[in-house]
Structure formats: C-alpha cells, structure tokens
Design a protein around this ligand. Structure first.
Ligand code: FAD
Ligand code: UDP
Length: 368
C-alpha cells in the first residue's frame, strides 16, 4: 500500500536553485520533495567521473563570486581548489590570452606598456565614431577598439548566439574584464575555484536527507503529487505550454572524447574565435583539478538555436524575449502557490553565485 504524503514544497529541478531551496526549507522544518526529469541530480553543473577525471557534462563550470556570504555558504558543502580561470583564444594560427589584458595587447600589436595599448585602443574607438553604444558590436568596439573586436569577439559571439553582434544586447560583453595589467584571470571576483570532489558531490551534500525522485517529469506527475507550493526551475514558457509563444534559447551540443595522451591542449579552456571553426571552445577537464592521469578527456562545444526537443541552456535576453518573458511573468502572478526560479524559470543569464543568492532570497521571502 502506498503511503499518502502531502508536501509543503514540490521542487521541480534538482539543479543548484532547487537544491539550495530544498536544503534551506528542510532545515526550517518544511517537507520537501525534489523531482528531476534527468537521471541525475545537479542540473547543468553535473560532473561525472571518467578515468578519475571530473568531466563537466553540460559545459565548463568555474565557481566565482565577490559575495562573501555566498562563498561561505557553498563552502559548507564542499572544499574548493585554487583554480583560476585563464582561457586562451585561438584565431587562425594566432594565440591570445583572455580576458583582454596587456598579454593580449602585447601579442596583438607588439607593444609593451599600458600607455601604448591605451593609445591604440583610444584611436580605434575615435575612428569608429560611436557616441552611445546601442548593441553588442558598438559596446565591444567602444571598450576595446576594432582589432580585438574583429579577432576575438565578432566570430565567437556570432557562433555562440547565432545572431549578428549588432542584434545582441550590449550587457553580454560587459561580463568580460578589460585590464591594462598582465593579468590573465578571467574574473574580477574575490573568490574562485572548483569543488575538489566535483559539483555532483556538492549538490549531493545539499540534498542529504531530502526525498529526491529522478527520471520524473513534472508534466507526467503533476496531478499525482500534492504540495502547498510548487517551485519550478524549468523553462517558464514550457510550464504554460507555450501559450503566449516560444521564448528563445541557445542550445549546446557537447562532443566528448577520451584521448590516449596526458595533456592535449595545456589549458582547461581554449576558445576558437574565428567564424569558420564550427565549435566555440574545447575544454580539457583534467586541468580544472590539476589532474595527473595518463589519459585525458576533452569536449568540443557547439552552439545552436533551441528547437523543441533540445536542451535549453542560455536565455536570449533581447528586447523581443524580454517583452514575452514579462507576459509569462504576469500569467505566473495569477497563480497561487507557484514560484519560478533559476536560469530557465527566471529567464536570466545567471551565474551559479547569482542562482544561489536568488534561491536564498526566495526562501526568505517565503518566510516573511
Ligand atoms: P539547471 O541546472 O538547468 O537545473 C534545472 C533542472 O530542472 C534540470 O536538472 C532539469 O532537468 C530540471 N527540469 C526542467 N524541467 C523539468 C520538468 N518538467 N520536470 C522535472 N525536472 C525538470 N555559472 C558560473 O557561475 N560559472 C560558470 O563557469 C558557468 N559556466 C556555464 C557554462 C555553460 C555552458 C552554461 C549553460 C551555464 C554556465 N553557468 C556558469 C551557469 C550555471 O550553469 C547556472 O547558473 C546554474 O546551473 C543554474 O542552475 P538552475 O538550478 O537554475 O538550472
Ligand atoms: N566572448 C567573446 N570572445 C571570447 C569569449 C567570450 O566574444 O573569446 C563574448 C561572447 O559574446 C560571450 C560573452 O563574451 O557570449 C560572455 O562570455 P563568457 O565566457 O562569460 O560566456 P559563458 O561562459 O557564459 O558562455
């Protein structure tokens, strides 16, 4: 005989948002059930072990934050190593350090001092004559000039987003630091690292003592589970059966290969910035944890427009989608006992630290 159970919270999605929300609510004495349609926990930060290497199945994930409280929060569940992300970019037969810094400029123009780099960049910005940047192309040129834009931004961005840089919002490129020092740290954040025993273990610890059902699609079981409140971290438009139309997403295809060599590319992340290379980047997973295994695992990442049946990864936050998302939010507001959370539920280009902050603030607002 099945035991009837009513939950305080049904949490759809065992990714970071769902796991943090479930942990906090459970600690406050609420009865939570977490479901996920995948056969594993951790959502897109899932890592699996192949030959002793933690492979990031859904793309490279580097934890970084400037928020001390969030850093302390995640450190309850795992220990981080001292990894600092320093990707390199390949353009034809040229190789550049990222983010845009003195190493990049020195290689590009054969110069040495910040004053020389600034002079070239300022001249290129003047020549472009952009008063108020209105899109990603104008924003990028106004920041770093035309040479860096043409070689390191234009092709990569068009592959990543499947749109011309003139059709993309400026904020996407503002994520990347620009510095006039010889510093290849991709992030400006105070805290950074990779969980030593993998993200999956971290989420496993978050979910300790909480009921989790995998291979369980919400749309199949929604009428069988009784809960006061549903927390939904899948795509908001899918929840409403696309009744107002489809939001756009970028999907990704990962081509993972085990190589019988110790070190394939000498770095965890190598971006391919030219438009004629079909993938955006190659990840060599062992370098995230300074692995010494005799073999290696690499992943080529290809970006494509999402269509039904694909996994949605990146929301496309342009004006059309932002407008449509607002309309879905209005629909959501009319329902009782329903919360949308996370990158897909809130249709935002959130990093992990922002997802955790958002889940914690959601818990707080539930307890007012
Ligand atoms: P998800 O991890 O997507 O979890 C949602 C879960 O809901 C999924 O497991 C899904 O299966 C489940 N679900 C959906 N619909 C249903 C349904 N109907 N029924 C049951 N379950 C359902 N952030 C960083 O801070 N640093 C990085 O370096 C970084 N790199 C990234 C690289 C890539 C390629 C991508 C795509 C993202 C990256 N991010 C990075 C962002 C990071 O992945 C997200 O911030 C985080 O994973 C979002 O967690 P989430 O819980 O919102 O969503
Ligand atoms: N970008 C670029 N060239 C690069 C790396 C990034 O032009 O070599 C741009 C691109 O538009 C990308 C954005 O900067 O979408 C943000 O890059 P980030 O590495 O933060 O992307 P993510 O890790 O989220 O895919």
């Amino acid at each position: 005989m099945e035991i009837y159970m009513k939950y305080d919270y049904l949490i759809v999605g065992a990714g970071l948002f769902g796991a943090v929300f479930a942990r906090e609510m459970t600690d406050l004495g609420r009865k939570c059930l977490v479901i996920d349609k995948r056969d594993h926990i951790a959502g897109n930060i899932y890592t699996e072990e192949i030959d002793g290497i933690h492979v990031h199945r859904y793309g490279a994930h580097i934890f970084h934050t400037s928020d001390k409280k969030i850093w302390e929060y995640v450190n309850q569940f795992t220990e981080f190593n001292q990894y600092i992300n320093s990707p390199v970019a390949v353009y034809g037969d040229e190789l550049y350090n990222l983010p845009f810094n003195m190493n990049t400029f020195s290689r590009m123009w054969g110069i040495r001092t910040p004053a020389q780099a600034k002079e070239i960049i300022e001249r290129q910005i003047r020549e472009a004559g952009i008063a108020e940047p209105a899109n990603l192309e104008e924003q990028a040129i106004s920041l770093v000039g035309t040479d860096v834009y043409e070689k390191l931004i234009k092709g990569y961005t068009q592959k990543q987003w499947g749109r011309k840089c003139t059709e993309l919002p400026a904020f996407i490129i503002k994520r990347l630091p620009l510095r006039f020092t010889y510093d290849n740290n991709y992030f400006n954040d105070r805290y950074q690292g990779i969980p030593i025993d993998g993200y999956t273990r971290m989420v496993e610890r978050m979910l300790e003592g909480i009921e989790v059902r995998l291979d369980t699609d919400y749309f199949r079981v929604r009428h069988e589970i009784e809960a006061d409140t549903t927390v939904y971290t899948g795509p908001i438009d899918e929840y409403f059966d696309y009744s107002l139309g489809h939001l756009q997403y970028r999907s990704l295809r990962f081509e993972t290969e085990k190589m019988e060599c110790e070190n394939y590319q000498g770095n965890a992340v190598v971006n391919y910035t030219a438009a004629d290379v079909p993938y955006t980047r190659i990840i060599e997973h062992k370098h995230f944890t300074f692995g010494k295994q005799p073999v290696t695992v690499i992943t080529r990442e290809y970006s494509s427009e999402w269509k039904p049946g694909d996994e949605p990864y990146y929301p496309v936050n342009d004006s059309r989608n932002t407008e449509l998302y607002r309309k879905y939010q209005e629909l959501a507001g009319q329902e009782q006992g329903l919360i949308f959370g996370g990158r897909l539920g809130q249709y935002q280009y959130f990093d992990m630290d922002k997802v955790i902050a958002s889940a914690l603030s959601c818990v707080q607002s539930q307890n007012k």
